[in-house]
Structures are given as structure tokens and as C-alpha cells.
Design a protein around this ligand. Structure first.
Ligand code: NAD
Length: 505
């Protein structure tokens, strides 16, 4: 470990809080320890929830006028924009994103996505007066959206800041308090968000961050009786566990889980667009994106041509130094993830699939350290193979054949997941017809990874529960209250006669 490795603490009630134990943060490209972070415990989780609850009850944020909340959140978004380079630096050395991808996606998206929720705080219809109702008795009514209370945000390592913001943004916009639990490997950008938020005027206790292992600290937040909602992004098995833990107190849950996105290449596709697009859809951030398009479905009679062109283009991908703007592909997150990806490739080979490009760790001095998997293309894949069914989370594109459109749709939908899908075609009408039949929360036509804060994102089937982003994301962080104001006044006109046949006098 280098002598100048910086240590970071948690953030609870507006203060840095350290712990006796630490976790090391290693750069996945070099295996070097780049920082250490306090390893929080269940007690820290409890302290963070208590601080969040006290802040919520104080009304300092929860009762602030939405326009004033919006102004604070806009300041936070602006500060994130100003600190983009520093945030990129933190990101690439913790999760192995390349500097180009981190600047464009991982960190680049973050301030604008936060700004969307900052502005929504001012324009959302918090309260609506419903006109006079005549039945069953005269009344006027108010529909009011109120914050839930304390929300827990459990976030994975692939896009920590962005996926954190998808939860923290709407939660804060709605007036909630939040406890973030990042992955042990990637807490630093979210920690900086907490500090920035305080510097921009967010009251203490409204935004807290605790670290530590998922099965203890994360699980405590999911089951905590004083947490009103848990929002989670990560693997489907952990999502199931979180739902189970949350059920004890019937807390609200939103889940954004795994995917096995199908890319349907139609016979009229522009192959220049579709080949580059299919690789972009699958290989960006070494395939470690839940909505990656990992299964490419190709018409039988175009199969060999498409595979040749994929191999040709993917061979040109430059793998290596994540700090170099010319690098296309970086490492995977950990040795465990690398071994997991390689073992899926072994299983594909024994199932009869062929690895026609990559398939191992790249060779050479540059790759002696770090967790590397070459961009890999697997052919002769059928949809019943493990490699086509499980989320691999590595730079691995599976190419499958289909006979006709109905077969393509059937195979695309034959998955426990339903997060993303896509169609490559020059005929928009035909592509939309296919999109209508795909059971996925997002369908991209002639593109991939297009995520807009104003448009909903989430999964069908076992890819999740609820939607993040878009105006309705705020609904997921509010309770809806109906206030009924009776206008009948006189007792004899009241509905009480349904029970009491005798008038009171
Ligand atoms: P994970 O689901 O184990 O971890 C995600 C987050 O949940 C982390 O913050 C972790 O600390 C926390 N966590 C873990 N166990 C928990 C528990 N019992 N209760 C509460 N919180 C808990 O994901 P992983 O181990 O980092 O990756 C494993 C696989 O999950 C990957 O290979 C990939 O297939 C998938 N994954 C999906 C996404 C996604 O964006 N959908 C992100 C990361 C990983």
C-alpha cells in the first residue's frame, strides 16, 4: 500500500464518522490500494437511521417549501458539474471505468440527472384541490403527496454515483431523509455527494452514508423498523432477500435488478449501425451494466456475415490503461468477477458454443496486474445454454440464430429478465411492431444505453419492481393523502342517518 493512501470515514448526521475496521479500495486495473474506507457496522446503520429520522421529524427539510428545496438541490447539481474531473478520478480508480466512459456516462450523466429531480421538486403537483363533490355528501377534497420519511438507498459498484442519484434525487426532492449504503468497493463518489450536499445547505441528518458489508449493514437497513422505503440496485438474488427483509414492516420497495438484454437484428438492418451498435450495447464498461444487450439474435442466413463483421470490429477494441482517453475497454471490477465470467465461458464451451474472439485474460506485461477479460464473442449459442440465461456481467456477446420474426421475439422474451431489449432495422414501423412484443422495460431501436432522466427506467419480470427516472419516479418516494372536508354542515343533511334513524333533537 502506498504511504499516501487516503482514509475516508462515513457520513452520519452531517459529520464524518470513522469505524475501528477498514476496507481497502483497490484499482481494478492495477490491484493497487488507492484508498481505505471505514467498515461500518449494524450500529452505524442504526445511528444513521436515527439521524435521518430526527432530521425528518424536525421538518428542516421535509417541511421546507418545494421551491426552496429545489434551490438547494440545483446548487448541489451545479457543484457536481464543477467537480466533474475530481469525481471521474475517484470513479475510475475504484470501479475500473475508462476515463472516456466515466466522463461520458458514469459521472457525466450524474449532474444532469440530479438536476432533473432538483427542478421537478419545484414543478411537481404536491397538492391538488378537487372541486366540490355532491355524493355521498357535499364535500371538497385535497389530494396531497407527502414524503415517506426515511429512505434507504442500497447501491452497487458499477455506477455508484449515478444509481445513487436515481434514488437520492427523487427522495430528497420529495422531502425525505436518506441513508445511502454503497458497495464496499465504490463508496467515494457518493461520500463526496454527501459532503457537497452539506456545503450547499442541506440540513444535517437529511443525507447520510454508511459503509460495510451488504449482508449485515445493507440487510439491517432493509429490515429496520424505522426505514419507510428501501430502494435497491444489484443482483436478483439480493433483491429477493431485500424484499423478504422489508416485508416484516411492509416497507415500500423498489428494485432494479439483473438483465439479459436481447438485441434483435432484422434482415433490413444497416449493418454499419447494427454491428457497432451491438458491440456498444454489450461491451460498454466491459459488459458490467444491467441493461447491456448481451444476446444478439441474428437471422439464420445472415449469421456468418454478421459474426465476421462483429469479430472484425471487436478486434479493434483497445483494452488497457483506464486513465488513457484512447482506451476502449477496461478491466472488470474484481478477481471474483473475472473468475465468474471465465467460468461461464468454460460452461459455454462444454455446452457446445464456440468462442470466436477473446475468451481469456489478455496477455502481456500491461495485464500482469488487474482483473482483465478480453472482449469476447461466443457463437453457436442457443437460448437454453447457461451463457444465454444467466447475467454474466463481463465483455461477452452471445450470438444466437433465429428463423423468423416470431422466433426472434420468442427467444428474446424467453428469459427470467426483462430490463432492456432492442431492435436494429431500417424500417421503423416494423421495428416498433417488434418492440411492442418485447417484454422489457426499455426497448431501444437503433441505439443502446440511451437513458434520459425524464423517461422511466426499470424492469419487467425478475428485473425489478417499480420505475426509476421520469416524473413518476417521485411518486415512488411519496405517500398520497386524501383530505376530505365536509360541506353539508347541518346534522340532518349528514350521512349519519345511515346509522342513526332518530335525529338528535
Ligand atoms: P450484489 O447484489 O451482491 O450487491 C449490490 C449491493 O447490495 C451492494 O451495496 C451490496 O453491499 C449490497 N448487498 C449485498 N447483499 C446484501 C443483503 N443481503 N442485504 C442488503 N444489501 C446487500 O451484487 P454484486 O455481488 O456486487 O454483484 C453480483 C452480480 O450481481 C453481478 O455479477 C451482476 O450479475 C449483478 N449486478 C447487477 C447490477 C445491476 O445494476 N443490476 C449491479 C451490480 C451487480
Amino acid at each position: 500500500m502506498a504511504a499516501d493512501v487516503k482514509h475516508y470515514a462515513m457520513f452520519i448526521d452531517g459529520k464524518h464518522v470513522d469505524a475501528a475496521e477498514v476496507d481497502e479500495i483497490r484499482d481494478p486495473a492495477t490491484e493497487e490500494v488507492v484508498a481505505t474506507i471505514a467498515r461500518g457496522s449494524v450500529e452505524h446503520a442504526d445511528a444513521a437511521v436515527a439521524a435521518a429520522r430526527a432530521a425528518f421529524e424536525s421538518g428542516s427539510w421535509s417541511k421546507m417549501a418545494p421551491a426552496d428545496r429545489s434551490a438547494v438541490l440545483v446548487k448541489i447539481a451545479d457543484r457536481m458539474g464543477q467537480e466533474l474531473d475530481e469525481l471521474v478520478e475517484l470513479e475510475i480508480h475504484a470501479n475500473g471505468a475508462t476515463v472516456r466512459q466515466a466522463t461520458g456516462f458514469h459521472i457525466g450523466y450524474a449532474p444532469t440527472h440530479f438536476l432533473y429531480f432538483a427542478e421537478l421538486a419545484a414543478t411537481y403537483q404536491w397538492e391538488q384541490q378537487v372541486g366540490t363533490q355532491a355524493y355521498p355528501t357535499m364535500s371538497t377534497n385535497i389530494i396531497r403527496h407527502e414524503p415517506l420519511g426515511v429512505c434507504a438507498a442500497i447501491v452497487p459498484w458499477n455506477f455508484p454515483l449515478l444509481l445513487g442519484i436515481w434514488k437520492v434525487g427523487p427522495a430528497l426532492a420529495a422531502g425525505n431523509s436518506v441513508v445511502i449504503k454503497p458497495d464496499e468497493k465504490t463508496p467515494l463518489t457518493l461520500l463526496r455527494l454527501c459532503e457537497i450536499a452539506k456545503e450547499c445547505g442541506l440540513p444535517d441528518g437529511v443525507l447520510n452514508l454508511v459503509t460495510g458489508p451488504g449482508p449485515t449493514v445493507g440487510a439491517r437497513l432493509a429490515e429496520h423498523p424505522d426505514v419507510d422505503k428501501v430502494a435497491f440496485t444489484g443482483s436478483t438474488p439480493v433483491g429477493r432477500e431485500i424484499m423478504r427483509l422489508a416485508s416484516a414492516t411492509v416497507k415500500k420497495v423498489s428494485l432494479e435488478l439483473g438483465g439479459k438484454g436481447a438485441q434483435v437484428l432484422l434482415d433490413d438492418a444497416d449493418l454499419d449501425v447494427a454491428i457497432d451498435g451491438a458491440l456498444f450495447g454489450c461491451m460498454l464498461y466491459s459488459g458490467q451494466i444491467c441493461e447491456s444487450g448481451t444476446r444478439l439474435l441474428v437471422p439464420e442466413d445472415m449469421y456468418d456475415l454478421v459474426v465476421d463483421r462483429l469479430v472484425d470490429r471487436a478486434s479493434a477494441l483497445k483494452i488497457g490503461d483506464t486513465t488513457d482517453f484512447d482506451t476502449d475497454v477496461g478491466p472488470v471490477i474484481s478477481a471474483r468477477q473475472r473468475d465468474r465470467v471465465l467460468s461461464f465461458l468454460d460452461s459455454a464451451r462444454s455446452d457446445g458454443a464456440k468462442v470466436v474472439l477473446g475468451g481469456g485474460a489478455p496477455q502481456g506485461a500491461a495485464f500482469e496486474k488487474g482483473y482483465w477479460v478480453e472482449p469476447t464473442i461466443v457463437t453457436e449459442v442457443t437460448n437454453d445454454m447457461e451463457i444465454a440465461r444467466e447475467e454474466i456481467f463481463g465483455p461477452v456477446l452471445c450470438v444466437l440464430r433465429y428463423t423468423d420474426e416470431a422466433d426472434a421475439v420468442r427467444q428474446a422474451n424467453d428469459s427470467q429478465y426483462g430490463l432492456s431489449a432492442g431492435v436494429w432495422s431500417t424500417d421503423y414501423e416494423r421495428a416498433v411492431e417488434i418492440a411492442d412484443q418485447l417484454r422489457a422495460g426499455t426497448v431501444w431501436i437503433n441505439n443502446w444505453h440511451q437513458i434520459d432522466p425524464a423517461l422511466p427506467f426499470g424492469g419487467y419480470k425478475q428485473s425489478g419492481l417499480g420505475r426509476e427516472l421520469g416524473p413518476h419516479a417521485l411518486d415512488e418516494y411519496t405517500e398520497t393523502k386524501h383530505v376530505h372536508i365536509d360541506l353539508t354542515q347541518k346534522v340532518e343533511r349528514h350521512i349519519f342517518g345511515a346509522l342513526l334513524s332518530e335525529p338528535p333533537h
